[in-house]
Design a protein around this ligand. Structure first.
Ligand SMILES: NC(=O)c1ccc[n+]([C@@H]2O[C@H](COP(=O)([O-])OP(=O)(O)OC[C@H]3O[C@@H](n4cnc5c(N)ncnc54)[C@H](O)[C@@H]3O)[C@@H](O)[C@H]2O)c1
Length: 348
């Protein structure tokens, strides 16, 4: 049983609900928020300790895993403190807001695990796509296109840390499209080069809310991402074109793997093999439940594909490259090394 303290009762409430679906694997013993009214308002709140101070959770020997659902500017400091206290860490996105901080975390994580949150990876359609990949039915990645077309207005930005460089540390590239960029790289491979344009066109905020990005993957695939927080409604659309198969998402914004996808073989004769294989795919639990189950399996030494610290690091390297490309107009090479001008962070 993994004993958990959740820090932050916003999205932390959804983490709590997911842990509760895995009662043999996790026990949430503490929820920490300096706004105790938020903790008191959580469902069945008698089941866990209500705590206002983060240090109480970090110093408790009865806690194995610190789950950080705090605003982004606290992620690195609290991840490092939790690792020093000997805890495993789950950290909401973004893991960090500079590659220098990512390297500090990698250094500090020597014998503990850090699991960056990318729960979109779990859902029946991604179990299906992974099964097609594992069966060798898709071929090489060719091109991919992702649209993160969501709507955010004044109510969303009423939370003081949002929309600011000091609090949120970035805009739609860092806070919203990061999930879909993780999916793109998860299925199409690591990024070698990025070009990008970014703008603030929707809300009166400091950070960007629109972007158009192109990626060259290490395997040569060419991909694009189009982002706005000014769409009429929230939609995510993803199309991944492989040599032998095209995968087309539905339009569900936040859980693309829960939506119905089309998997179409290029050679109609192969479609039967695809359809046969898809009949037998065992879907993993979706969203946060699948994400946490993979962590429990990994920590218990069972076969699992949790989100790794290296994958979280890659997501921050990609954000760094996108901001640099957007500001300079240059095509940016990855990886981002300590020599890169934005290694210490992209805050203007
Ligand atoms: N994975 C996802 O799909 C997803 C969705 C939403 C938010 N997030 C991420 O989750 C994080 C939190 O976002 P949110 O929307 O829940 O924010 P929020 O502002 O609603 O909640 C954060 C909570 O942290 C508490 N807090 C802040 N500083 C504290 C401190 N020093 N000590 C104790 N408590 C403190 C606040 O009182 C607040 O209740 C962000 O990094 C965000 O990017 C991820």
């Amino acid at each position: 049983m993994i004993r958990v303290a959740i820090l932050g009762a916003g999205i932390g409430a959804e983490h709590l609900a997911a842990y509760r679906e895995l009662p043999d694997l996790f026990s949430v013993n503490q929820i920490v928020d300096r706004d105790l009214d938020r903790v008191n308002a959580l469902p069945n709140s008698a089941d866990f300790a209500h705590v206002a101070e983060i240090d109480v959770a970090l110093s408790d020997p009865e806690i194995d895993l610190i789950d950080i659902c705090l605003p982004p500017h606290l992620h690195v400091e609290i991840t490092l403190a939790a690792l020093r206290a000997g805890k495993h860490v789950v950290c909401e996105k973004p893991l960090a807001t500079s590659m220098a901080d990512v390297d500090l975390i990698i250094h500090a994580a020597a014998d503990r695990d850090v699991f960056p949150v990318f729960q979109y990876r779990w859902g029946p359609s991604f179990s299906a796509l992974q099964a097609l990949i594992d069966a060798g039915l898709i071929g090489k990645p060719q091109v991919g296109a992702v649209e993160t077309h969501w709507s955010r207005g004044a109510d969303y930005y009423a939370v003081p840390w949002r929309g600011t460089w000091s609090g949120e540390r970035g805009g739609a590239i860092l806070g919203h499209a990061i999930h879909n960029h993780d999916l793109l790289t998860h299925f199409m491979g690591p990024v070698a080069q990025v070009s990008a344009m970014a703008a603030t066109r929707v809300n009166a905020i400091e950070t960007e809310d629109c972007a158009a990005i192109t990626f060259v993957m290490e395997n040569g695939a060419l991909c694009t991402s189009n982002v706005t927080l000014g769409a009429a409604f929230d939609q995510t659309r993803i199309r991944l074109v492989f040599e032998d198969l095209t995968a087309t998402s539905g339009t569900a914004p936040y859980a693309p793997g829960l939506d119905t996808w089309e998997f179409t073989a290029r050679d109609p004769a192969k479609q039967r093999m695809v359809d046969e294989l898809l009949k037998d795919v065992k879907a993993e639990p979706a969203g946060f439940i699948g994400f946490f189950k993979a962590i429990a399996d990994h920590l218990a030494g069972r076969p699992a594909r949790p989100v790794s610290l290296d994958e979280g690091a890659a997501s921050i390297a990609l954000v760094t490259a996108i901001y640099y490309a957007a500001r300079t107009g240059e095509r940016v090479d990855l990886p981002i090394t300590s020599e890169h001008p934005l290694y210490a962070g992209w805050q203007p």
